[in-house]
Design a protein around this ligand. Structure first.
Ligand SMILES: Cc1ncc(COP(=O)(O)O)c(C=O)c1O
Length: 375
């Protein structure tokens, strides 16, 4: 796809563009990994629950993983009975549990208290526990599930035995990881803790957090999963999100103002961090297609909202961006559109889908009526 042509031919910005060819290529890489290791793969729909993505993912994979009743209902509609639906969340509500346990094939309770209160009303799901190995691999507590006092899962060192009525265990401990060391360490810990008790289980869900298709050497994963499967007779599930959609999403924006503040060029875009809130949440600058490392002009790209910290970051260019230019953030397919909001009354970005024939279609466009209806 000629992205320069595509971005300049979009009638309006800001716009998200999701390329189905990249998503399919990620999914095919996962299928390869599945075939080599005999694990099952689910798509974690929280990353981007766009119908087109869910349909593609459910074609290639074994089901979907969800975090709430609404996500579960959506997964059920998409799969219509032809795949697994896994859920784990600190947010299970008693009044929703009956329906959740009818829709979901696998439920991993997040705490002992949640498990004790809710398992008696389970309808037909296979029950598991989310455990927290307390092995931190992130250097930022904001996205470290193993942080001190973590709310995510039962601390492994507080669990003496696997309860008899429990079919499976779940853990999810990393974010955007590109090697399998954390997984190996976590499995060693699990085996030290439970040893042959693991044969009591039917399944183990090892979460998401790995950028599977981008990992060059898959042998460590294949060896580990094959051994676990054979040694303990376990069904192993992975549930990536970002690995499937992250590099397939682009946010195209237009420059709407340029000026100098305290000697620095400020370039105002028609998007904002509210269209990709992780930029602000984690204070990270997204990749920009048009930036040139050796460029002699340095500019601060900022969003249109009133928030002083609505800043994408400092980027360098060969020529200074001018009003009307289009700039494209890449690798923003996960956790962007799903978290986007209309703060300050700025519209949500349009959403485009690039199909397998490279045909580009507008699939979503909000307007004032949507904003009005919300309020
Ligand atoms: C329990 C669980 N599973 C899977 C995922 C998907 O993670 P990722 O998108 O990093 O692969 C998450 C992300 O937060 C999660 O919390």
């Amino acid at each position: 796809m000629d992205f320069d042509y595509l971005k300049n031919s979009l009638p309006t910005t800001p716009a998200f563009v999701f390329d189905s060819n990249i998503i399919s290529s990620n999914l095919r890489a996962l299928v390869d990994l599945k075939n080599q290791s005999a694990c099952k793969a689910l798509y974690s729909i929280k990353a981007l629950p766009l119908e087109q993505v869910l349909k593609l993912a459910s074609y290639y994979l074994d089901g979907l993983s969800v975090s709430s009743l609404f996500e579960a209902r959506l997964a059920k509609e998409i799969l219509s009975g032809s795949g697994s639906i896994h859920i784990t969340t600190p947010g299970l509500r008693e009044h929703e549990f009956k329906e959740i346990s009818t829709i979901c094939s696998h439920i991993s309770f997040n705490s002992s208290s949640q498990s004790q209160r809710l398992q008696k009303t389970n309808k037909q799901a296979s029950l598991g526990l989310r455990v927290n190995p307390k092995l931190s691999f992130a250097n930022d507590q904001r996205f470290d599930p193993c942080r001190p006092n973590s709310k995510l899962g039962i601390a492994l060192n507080t669990l003496n035995n696997i309860p008899e009525n429990i079919d499976g265990l779940h853990f999810h401990t990393v974010f955007s990881n590109t090697d399998y060391q954390p997984l190996e360490q976590t499995i060693i810990l699990l085996e030290q803790k439970f040893g042959s008790q693991l044969t009591q289980l039917k399944w183990l869900n090892i979460g998401g957090g790995y950028l599977f298709p981008q990992i060059k050497n898959q042998q460590a994963f294949i060896n580990l999963i094959t051994r676990l499967k054979n040694q303990y007779n376990l069904g192993i599930f992975i549930e990536p999100g970002k690995a499937i959609v992250g590099n397939a999403g682009f946010l195209v924006s237009s420059v709407i103002d340029c000026f100098v503040a305290d000697g620095k060029t400020i370039v105002v875009l028609d998007t904002s961090v509210n269209h990709n809130p992780e930029v602000f949440e984690y204070q990270k600058s997204p990749e920009l297609l048009e930036t040139e490392k050796q460029g002699k002009y340095s500019c601060l790209l900022v969003g249109s909202s009133c928030l002083a910290g609505d800043i994408f970051g400092e980027y360098t260019f060969q020529h200074p961006p001018k009003i009307g230019d289009r700039l494209t953030f890449s690798n923003v397919g996960a956790y962007s559109l799903i978290k986007a909001n209309r703060f300050n009354g700025y519209n949500l970005p349009d959403v485009y889908w690039v199909d397998e024939d490279n045909k580009v279609s507008l699939i979503k466009q909000s307007d004032y009526q949507d904003y009005r209806q919300q309020w």
